[in-house]
Ligand binder design. Sequence first.
Ligand code: XUL
Ligand code: CO
Length: 439
Amino acid sequence: MADEEYFRGISKIPYVAGAGAGNVLGFKYYNAQEVLLGKTMEDWLSFSVCYWHTFRGTGADPFGFPTLCRPWDDGKDSMETAKRRMHAAFEFFTKLGVKYYTFHDRDVAPEGSTLEESNRNLVEITDLALQLQKKTGIRVLWVTCNLFAHPRYMNGAATNPDSHVLAYAGAQVKKGLEIAKKLGAENFVFWGGREGYLTLHNTDVAAELRHMANFFKMAVAYKEKIGLKCQFLIEPKPKEPCRHQYDYDAMSVIGFLKHFGLDSHFKLNIEPNHTTLAGHSYEHDIVVASAFGMLGSVDSNTGSPDLGWDTDQFPMDIKNTTMVMKSIVEQGGLQPGGLNFDAKVRRESTDLEDLFIAHIGAMDAFARGLRNAVKIIEEGVIAQMVKERYLSFSTGIGQKVEEGTATLEELEEFTMRNGEPKITSGKQEKYESIINHYL
Ligand code: XUL
Ligand code: CO
């Protein structure tokens, strides 16, 4: 098992700048050790592979059975299978050349018939994970707990109307935090799987939000108690599986965290497919989270807005990756966060090599986005235009507004003296043309 090769015929993915269109098993833009603006591409991008889609994905959908047949899977949810899968995963990470992976507790080890048994399984599997991490140098970008799949969580976990269920979820998170410490995880994610409602008729919204805040406070307290150093992240999503999810989008989560005094303990893990489900543009939540100093990590994927659900596709659009990387470079990087591919190959992409092709394509799309963003920032044309657009806030009455010292009386007096403001063009098409120049 330990020495079995699962991805036969594929060796370490090379950097092949200038290779032809048909070469999809090499990086044409991602050159891990190349330095841009003082940091290696590997550090700017901190790519991570997710366990659930890539090693647990079967291709099943609400209309059809599994289509993806994997050599590490035998249809059994056994410890034996879990170990085989772990070896396959580390072979994949190593050949792909990523430094990080992410997982839910229940992705890596089977759920037992009691909490004790589930915990025992998780401890045993993470012993193997730790051993493989040490051998390969690969690390955990983040751990999370699956608090949404089991029937006990059908009415939510931290927002469940039954405190017994909330207690179970708390016990699960306690073990998850211990595992994060054991594996040296950089971050710990809370995605509110079923924290929301299907109908307001049966829901006490204020109580549920209070319980969720108190749940997070318990997690913060335990993190501090055990000396876990990682960053806590909340991942917003507006809907699916609930009709309304409380962690709707970046701004709602920031408001929630500030309201309950939790904002210094958390940052956000933004997933663009969730952002577009919320009705925003692809990069909107990245920009908003970053503006508040709250952008911690990114679940790099994309959706099909014409479908309207979370399709978790690999991000291949260079304009999207450029805009995301522009925000990330402007804030000086994502560490300890990274770009986690919360993305799955289509159920029709049935070859094992499709897993490599998908990740390589997306890594190259982000590498290109990074190269474009660096050019946009280095040349500074856009930045200069934006600076000039806000110039009126650097002197006089604008400066007083900027500093928060102006009064309405002063604004009135200024307006009486200066009359009507002049009409200024927003120049949208000029900005769009300039961005296109860099793509
Ligand atoms: C669900 C989603 C999750 C989280 C982790 O839409 O994105 O996979 O990233 O629970
Ligand atoms: Co996600």
